[in-house]
Design a protein around this ligand. Structure first.
Ligand code: THU
Length: 276
């Protein structure tokens, strides 16, 4: 994991330190690189980036990002530097009608890819690089979405009513429109009346008119991954055979499986009911 040093020499806002570190860690992981040492990231104004572009690339233009790869000698050394001009990136974002956060993240990914050997001098290479940075950004968004879902499952686990099993469970179900439905297990003195966290979550969603789901996160005892019981698999399958199931120990440690793999050859009443 690379240490990241960030300076903002502008009055413009930039990505948070946490977000920058997350992007750096994510891109290095996805690209299969583990660079020790330090990566320096600077946010600069238009004048500064123009003068750097002129000095090192002989072009008198204002640009959005420049990166320099220095290589490795000592673990404490700076191995690379990324210089970003937030003012330029934000203008470009406004023109394209996209969020500043997204544009700044993609520019940072672009700078990182240059450090990892990607080039964009000709149209073909530029297209490949753009595709990769967009794909990485989408994967990053998915990872953040999963972590957010797990955090909601952890939170709702606090409300579990589990005096008989002492096994509190939390679940968070993501609908296709972005809504999150949470549930915890609710036990009963008549033990068979107990209901699992997953079914509480999906019944809440259905009763609020939502029937399409993307993924569910489940967390119980943090020492092991908790996958849905057989009954819950069948209930989830009824509405979302393509569901992604995340069994979490924490928001950093989780396994992802498909509901299909958990319930192959699921029961359905009539052939017409088959949704897969
Ligand atoms: N439980 C869930 O809430 N979800 C699961 O996926 C597995 C089991 C609950 C039911 C019961 O309250 C406790 O965990 C022990 O079985």
């Amino acid at each position: 994991m690379s240490r990241v040093e960030i300076v903002n020499r502008t009055r413009e806002s930039f990505l948070t330190r946490k977000k920058v570190q997350k992007i750096v860690d994510f891109v290095l992981k996805e690209e299969g690189k583990d660079f020790p040492g330090c990566l320096s990231i600077a946010a600069v104004d238009e004048e500064e980036i123009r003068s750097l572009k002129k000095r090192f690339f002989y072009q008198d233009v204002c640009t959005d990002v420049i990166s320099f790869f220095y290589g490795f000698s000592d673990e404490d050394d700076i191995w690379g530097e990324i210089i970003i001009c937030p003012a330029v990136v934000k203008q470009e974002a406004h023109v394209r009608g996209e969020s500043e956060e997204r544009a700044l993240s993609i520019v940072l990914i672009h700078g990182l890819l240059h450090l990892l050997g990607y080039e964009d001098e000709d149209a073909e290479k530029a297209r490949a690089m753009e595709e990769r940075q967009e794909a990485l950004y989408r994967l990053l968004e998915e990872e953040e979405e999963r972590e957010k879902l797990i955090k909601r499952a952890i939170k709702v686990r606090e409300y579990a009513y589990a005096p008989y099993s002492s096994f509190p469970v939390g679940a968070a179900l993501l609908g296709y429109d972005g809504d999150i439905f949470t549930g915890c297990n609710v036990e009963n003195a008549s033990l068979g009346l107990t209901i699992c966290a997953e079914r509480v979550a999906i019944f809440k969603a259905i009763s609020q008119g939502v029937r399409e789901f993307k993924r569910i996160a489940i967390i119980a005892d943090p020492s092991s991954y908790c996958f849905p019981c057989g009954a819950c698999r069948q209930v989830l399958y009824e509405f979302a055979p393509q569901l992604e199931v995340i069994a979490a120990k924490s928001d950093r440690d989780y396994e992802i499986v498909s509901l299909h793999s958990l319930l192959p050859r699921a029961f359905f009443l009539r052939n017409d009911d088959r949704k897969e």
